[in-house]
Design a protein around this ligand. Structure first.
Ligand SMILES: NCc1[nH]cc(CCC(=O)O)c1CC(=O)O
Length: 312
């Protein structure tokens, strides 16, 4: 059996693809990595929220899944749309690593809470809004591009620090530049952060599908991701909406219990809705949906409408 692994060409994407490849190879499966450039990789001069359309980082990969050019596509779970086309599915989720956001800088003494004002580069609407909400004295500059591009901009002095996901920083080996790990109570992560997901066409052979699931999937992470993605789907927020959703699993009396915190924040950081709820792992999907309903009912719908008017 040979499994063809499709991936974007960024260093982070390649790290993830090799990570998956290693797990398959360890079981004697033959693999091939196919690098595919997406629209999101090509267009670097516009804010992502302005390119706007769904799937700018996934469309080309999905076309090749359908044609059988590749068997699986490897993604950061965070970058995936909440709804996939009917002929595609997510067949595995890797065990999640630390989900926090981190402040990365050449100056390790920087801290958001110090009261000192400095310039943070980020392009994530969620991070911008949370900075405005919790740390209004911080100046923000828009910073797109892959991790290496952003670090170069940091080096050139376009900002004093970057706000990034620990997972990416760790995978790229920039660990020692972490000045501060942010509190998850403030910077609650977005749906999927820290997890690698495997996408496949439903037409993939059962033999391959089973082998991949068996070697890659972490059952506990999968439950959490099902809840988180149900939240995102019900909220109808794309990846450019500053929503967040983080589900944690815990063994309780021999049963897996899920606890999830999710919400949405206005772009200016002035309004934030955050809700928490628990359910059994068997009700993962309902957990996400219930939370979305709660968030929407408690002011989330108004925030979402404001954001839509602003972005379009
Ligand atoms: N949107 C870019 C992106 N997609 C996945 C990661 C990091 C890895 C992860 O969260 O799994 C990053 C970089 C970042 O947000 O700092």
């Amino acid at each position: 059996m040979k499994i063809k692994i499709g991936t974007r060409g960024s260093k982070l994407a390649l790290w993830q693809a090799y990570y998956i490849e290693d797990k398959l190879k360890a079981d004697g499966i033959e693999t091939e990595i196919v690098i595919i450039e997406t629209k999101g990789d090509k267009i670097l001069d516009r804010a992502l929220s302005k390119i706007g359309s769904k799937g700018v980082f996934t469309e080309e990969l999905e076309d090749q899944l359908r044609s059988g050019e590749i068997d699986i596509a490897v993604h950061s779970a965070k970058d995936l749309q909440s709804e996939l086309a009917d002929d595609l599915e997510l067949i595995a989720f890797t065990e999640r690593e630390k989900i926090a956001d981190v402040l990365v800088s050449f100056n390790k003494n920087l801290s958001l809470g110090s009261g000192e004002s400095f310039v943070v580069g980020t392009s994530s609407t969620r991070r911008v809004a949370m900075l405005r909400h919790y740390y209004p004295h911080i100046k923000i500059v828009d910073m797109r591009g892959n991790l290496q591009t952003r670090l170069r901009k940091l080096e050139e002095g376009q900002c004093d620090a970057l706000l990034l996901a620990y997972a990416g920083v760790h995978r790229m080996g920039y660990h020692e530049m972490i000045a501060q790990e942010l509190l998850t109570t403030q910077f609650t992560p977005p749906v999927g952060q820290g997890c690698v997901a495997i996408e496949a066409a439903k037409s993939l052979s059962e033999e391959k599908r089973a082998a991949i699931r068996n070697l890659i999937n972490d059952d506990v992470t999968e439950k959490c991701l099902i809840a988180e993605r149900a939240y995102l789907r019900k909220l109808q927020g794309g990846c450019s909406i500053p929503s967040f959703g983080w589900c944690v699993a815990e063994e309780k009396n021999g049963e897996l219990a899920l606890n999830m915190t999710s919400g949405i924040i206005s772009l200016d950081g002035k309004m934030i809705v955050k809700k928490n709820e628990s359910k059994s792992a068997a009700e993962a999907e309902q957990l996400g949906e219930t939370l979305a309903e709660k968030v929407l009912r408690s002011g989330g719908a108004e925030i979402l409408e404001g954001i839509r008017n602003n972005i379009s």
